[in-house]
Design a protein around this ligand. Structure first.
Ligand SMILES: C[S@@+](CC[C@H](N)C(=O)[O-])C[C@H]1O[C@@H](n2cnc3c(N)ncnc32)[C@H](O)[C@@H]1O
Length: 276
């Protein structure tokens, strides 16, 4: 088994996802909170609410994590029945009505939903084709699926920072790349993949620049990969400390540490009729 294979497999390892990675909302919250420093700010939950304007009935949020989108939908669309679902019991905490479920086998009847959400989660699913087939299966006539992920160019400065900090620790110019979560399902590759199951896929790109004048939110983001620490090929804590020093250096010389972001929503209509 190669090191690369082990790293890729660990991104979809259900045991690891439901314990070290998402056994609580701590790491996800650290990643979410970095966007507070992004310009322009994108109100993703608000955008999802808008996209669901014509939808009624039941809406499942598959891989709902700490329930950020569930909460907003419940506040703004009281007419909908929102079903929070996640493979990790721990992260669901006390979200009312939450169901522990795997995207690859949804405990929902065919055609039973007005919409289904799969936000920043399909890259964690081992058999993505099966999961997207499930998203299409549970939608009723006119139903929509809303998916999100990141571009392969997203936060390149963070990748670069990590490799350099790892290099400093190892005494070489550049250390190994870190585990990359969204590389398995990118904004560039998603439309073709989703198009196998839906007749129309509309991409809404969400570019932005994060600029921080304090290293801590960036270090917290890097630290949120602790679940994969033993697969990084470099001592994790020392690399974090060195990264902090490098960010401080950049802030001193350039006034801020900047990260270019590119995520996006994919709004999918018209599940392809099941072939017989
Ligand atoms: C990056 S978080 C995204 C959470 C939320 N959708 C958001 O955008 O804020 C990924 C979530 O997907 C969940 N997940 C991973 N694999 C899953 C699977 N096969 N089925 C259901 N949920 C899964 C994880 O436990 C985690 O809570």
């Amino acid at each position: 088994m190669t090191a690369q294979y082990t790293r890729d497999a660990s991104v979809t390892d259900r045991g690891l996802l439901s314990s070290k990675a998402y056994g609580s909302g701590q790491h996800l919250a650290a990643r979410q909170s970095l966007y507070a420093w992004q310009t322009p700010r994108h109100d993703l939950p608000g955008m999802v609410v808008d996209e669901l304007a014509g939808v009624g009935g039941r809406v499942a949020d598959v891989g709902c994590g700490n329930g950020k989108f569930v909460q907003r939908l419940r506040e703004e669309r009281r007419d909908l029945t929102v079903i929070p679902m996640d493979v990790s019991q721990g992260i669901l905490g006390d979200i009312p009505g939450a169901v522990v479920a795997d995207a690859q086998q949804l405990p929902l009847n065919d055609g039973s939903l007005g919409a289904v959400l799969a936000l920043h989660m399909l890259y964690h699913v081992e058999d993505r084709t099966r999961a997207v087939c499930e998203l299409a299966r549970v939608l009723g006539p006119g139903g929509i699926a809303i998916v999100s992920t990141n571009s392969r160019t997203d936060k390149q400065e963070l990748e670069c920072l990590w490799r350099r900090a790892a290099g400093d620790v190892l005494g070489i110019p550049e250390g190994p790349a870190r585990v990359q979560l969204s590389a398995r399902f990118t904004l560039e590759g998603a439309p073709a993949m989703l198009g196998t199951f839906f007749t129309e896929v509309r991409t809404i790109p969400l570019p932005g620049v994060i600029a921080v004048t304090d290293a801590e939110p960036v270090v917290a983001h890097l630290a949120s990969y602790a679940a994969w620490a033993d697969q990084m090929g470099v001592p994790f804590r020392e690399t974090l400390d060195r990264a902090r020093e490098r960010i401080d250096e950049t802030i001193r010389t350039e006034g801020a540490f900047r990260i270019h972001c590119l995520g996006g929503l994919l709004v999918c209509h018209g599940p392809q009729p099941a072939s017989t």
